[in-house]
Design a binder for this molecule. Structure first.
Ligand SMILES: NC(=O)c1ccc[n+]([C@@H]2O[C@H](COP(=O)([O-])OP(=O)(O)OC[C@H]3O[C@@H](n4cnc5c(N)ncnc54)[C@H](OP(=O)(O)O)[C@@H]3O)[C@@H](O)[C@H]2O)c1
Length: 291
């Protein structure tokens, strides 16, 4: 387990049921307002105040399947990105990779002061499987540590990727995977009641890189997504049946999840828990804004 940082050389959509919320947009302390004074020979001086937002997001797990989609999308939106993971920069060739600051570090041993310097938001994609203890630790404790580090440092926004509960029975939801995820959510929402965002996707599809090979999860995910979209009216009533969501919860495209994260980063008034449907709505909203 690597334990210390090494920097490279250069370096919703709201719903009462889910708890996701919007407020009317207000001026954020994060807005940087340079004031320029112009004066002309005979005119009175005028003050020009420009809204220039300087954003720096720290993505925990930025080299993972979801994390790299988030880093890529953030870079394309002009956001400065720092990724933290134990294995550091992925061994791929793509121009956006050069624009990310890749920090090699383990969240359990991180020098947070160095990583969070200047951060306007933290996004955590950290999570995974293993035995009960490992799942509690990586899905729960790792994220609880990150939330508290960000809060203590004064980072104003935190976005956490967790998971949909698939209508599973309580004995399954009491596994280390789900209890870890829910304890991290509870910590986030208590420390960031007005700006913490939890995204709960189900199956995520896209091109996952494993040991240099591409696993095209979209070959399954994309057609499924289309079928769910078309049959949504018939499927929705069945989704109240126990565990039915294991089959019926719509998959989420990894790029859509990344867009939902950007939506949460760009809008100070978004906070709370976002369901699969709300993730898709947020992505659609971001897509519409880009055209
Ligand atoms: N994939 C899905 O279908 C799916 C569905 C629902 C929810 N989710 C959730 O979405 C999140 C992202 O999933 P994913 O598929 O992108 O997982 P992933 O590819 O395994 O990414 C996990 C990332 O976390 C990093 N990481 C793990 N332990 C760390 C530690 N101690 N310190 C620093 N970094 C650490 C990993 O990098 P290193 O190993 O290099 O440290 C990796 O970058 C997870 O929380 C997962 O539970 C995934």
């Amino acid at each position: 387990m690597s334990s210390f940082l090494s920097f490279p050389a250069i370096s919703p959509l709201p719903s009462a049921s889910s708890g996701a919320s919007f407020r009317h947009r207000s001026l954020s302390p994060r807005l940087f307002k340079p004031c320029v004074k112009c004066s002309y020979a005979e005119a009175a001086p005028i003050d020009i105040v420009a809204d220039v937002r300087s954003e720096r997001v720290v993505v925990l797990g930025g080299n993972g399947f979801v994390g790299s989609a988030i880093c890529k999308e953030a870079i394309s939106k002009g956001i400065e990105v720092v990724s933290v993971s134990r294995s550091g920069r992925p061994s791929l060739q793509d121009s956006w990779l050069d624009q990310v600051t890749w920090v090699t570090g383990d969240v359990f041993y991180l020098n947070w002061d160095e990583v969070l310097l200047g951060a306007t938001a933290v996004v955590s994609t950290i999570g995974g499987f293993g035995n009960e203890e490992q799942m509690k630790r990586i899905n729960g404790e790792a994220n609880v540590i990150a939330v508290n580090a960000a809060k203590d440092f004064g980072v104003p926004k935190f976005v956490l990727i967790t998971v949909h509960d698939y209508n599973l029975p309580p004995f399954v939801l009491s596994s280390g995977y789900f209890t870890g995820k829910r304890s991290a959510e509870a910590e986030l929402l208590s420390k960031y009641p007005n700006s913490g965002v939890v995204l709960r996707p189900g199956f995520i599809y896209g091109k996952r890189k494993v040991n240099g090979f591409e696993v095209p999860l979209d070959l399954v995910g994309e057609p499924l997504d289309k079928i769910y979209d078309a049959a949504e009216r018939f499927i929705r009533p069945l989704r109240s049946l126990p565990a039915s969501d294991l089959i019926l919860a719509p998959p989420v495209k990894v790029d859509d999840l990344a867009l939902a994260v950007i939506n949460a980063l760009k809008d100070d008034d978004i906070f709370g828990i976002f369901t699969i449907e709300q993730i898709k709505e947020a992505a659609a909203k971001m897509r519409a804004l880009s055209y």
